[in-house]
Design a protein around this ligand. Structure first.
Ligand code: NAD
Ligand code: MG
Length: 392
């Protein structure tokens, strides 16, 4: 029986994780769940799965709430430190890192430092901390399994004995990172500035949290995933090709020197990579229907246009700059996306804010988590200040 800690249990990935686990009560039990501030949703989860511990990481201790959860036989913890404590808890076997944004980094790193099996949905951890995060995984013999569907797909398409960075030894020519192109793929460029948050979060294929949905519309998501893939598999940017594939049926591919291209396909449903991560190297039922090729009928591919998706270009630039540049870009993007969702800036301003911060920030070599969190804060302040100067 594997004891699972689900960080970000009230979110989209958190819900899908709970759904897969519920299908295998003989294999997994939920040790702890966390939410930022959503008390009611967290309580609902506790009623359903009776975890030993629940965490409200964004709230201060409150005795009334503690009593309400106690009635459900769940111990309630408050504050961010509880996330790290549960991620490293001796009874925890598996950590699902499904908090959104840089806020997920300290706890996913704590899980890696404690040598846990880490199911990483929080791509921002790798974007921000890169080698620092991977070194923690290696030094503490943690197991890192990518949950982001593209990275999970690449992991499935690589040979079993693949060693990070050793592409030539495995006969690999390129990794093909697919993305849908989001809801504005065919919108005339001069109309993009009028797109609303409601239109931006209406992803054509996937149902996800708001932040990642906006990132899909700008393709910053693919940019973050490019950086994530390079760190995970030890690739250079030139080893990865971003391919727009509007149907989201192929979740990514690996191209080999003999001309073979291996793709991982399936419904756009995160329960597949979550199930694969939970059960690896075995496979389990996830409740996802098999792909109906006759219903899909057609697979299309396009090259991304960086004029349409300037955020993708910024991610390439940040990765090339290296050091703390990706952390700064990620922080700027979290601020600009939040401002867009609050109707404070236009859709096309997201890239402008991100570009401003990437150009202005001083890039340093990565040294520590504390330094990265400082860079994150500095970049957030720069982005917020710049946004104040913008007129919507
Ligand atoms: P979501 O917004 O639906 O859920 C986020 C979760 O994190 C919630 O439980 C929320 O309470 C918690 N949270 C939010 N802010 C927090 C903070 N400051 N501190 C602590 N907890 C906080 O997000 P999601 O779509 O489930 O995405 C989660 C992560 O998984 C992101 O990193 C995203 O990029 C990645 N991801 C998501 C999908 C998807 O299909 N949703 C696919 C691939 C990767
Ligand atoms: Mg993805």
């Amino acid at each position: 029986m594997q004891q699972v800690v689900i960080l970000g249990a009230t979110g989209s990935i958190g819900s899908s994780t709970l759904s897969v686990i519920a299908q295998h009560p003989d294999k997994y039990s939920v040790l702890a769940v966390s939410a930022n501030t959503d008390v009611e949703k967290l309580k609902d989860i506790c009623k359903r799965v009776s975890p030993q511990v629940a965490i409200l990481s964004g709230l201060k201790p409150c005795s009334n709430l503690t009593a309400e959860f106690e009635a459900l036989k769940t111990q309630l913890l408050f504050g961010e430190q509880a996330l790290c404590d549960m991620a490293a808890h001796p009874n925890c076997d598996v950590v699902m890192a499904a908090i959104v944004g840089a806020a997920g980094l300290p706890s996913s790193l704590a899980a890696a430092n404690a040598g846990k099996k880490v199911l990483l949905a929080n791509k921002e951890s790798l974007v921000i901390a890169g080698e620092l995060f991977l070194n923690a995984v290696i030094e503490n013999k943690a197991q890192l399994l990518p949950i982001d569907s593209e990275h999970n797909a690449i992991f499935q398409c690589l040979p079993q004995n693949f060693k990070r960075s050793h592409l030539a030894e495995s006969g690999i020519r390129k990794v093909l990172l697919t993305g849908s192109g989001g809801p504005f793929r065919n919108v005339p460029l001069d109309e993009l500035e009028h797109k609303t948050p409601e239109q931006a979060v209406a992803h054509p294929n996937w149902t996800m949290g708001k932040k990642i949905s906006v990132d899909s519309a700008t393709m910053m998501n693919k940019g973050l995933e490019l950086i994530e893939a390079c760190h995970l598999f030890g690739l250079k940017a030139k080893d990865v090709e971003v391919v727009i594939h509007p149907q989201s049926v192929i979740h990514s591919m690996v191209s080999y020197i003999d001309g073979s291209v291996i793709a991982q396909m399936g419904q756009p449903d995160m329960r597949t990579p979550i199930g694969y991560g939970l059960a690896w190297p075995e496979r389990i039922e996830t409740g996802v229907e098999p792909l109906d090729f006759f219903a899909v009928s057609q697979l299309d591919f396009e090259q991304p246009d960086l004029n349409r998706y300037p955020c993708l270009g910024l991610a390439y630039r940040a990765f090339e700059l290296g050091g703390t540049a990706p952390a700064a870009l990620n922080a700027a993007n979290e601020i600009s996306v939040a401002a867009f969702l609050q109707n404070r800036i236009k859709f096309t301003d997201i890239a402008k804010v991100n570009q401003f911060v990437l150009e202005e920030v001083v890039v340093q070599a990565v040294e520590s988590l504390e330094q990265l969190l400082m860079v994150d804060q500095t970049a957030r302040k720069m982005a917020s200040k710049y946004i104040e100067t913008m007129v919507i």
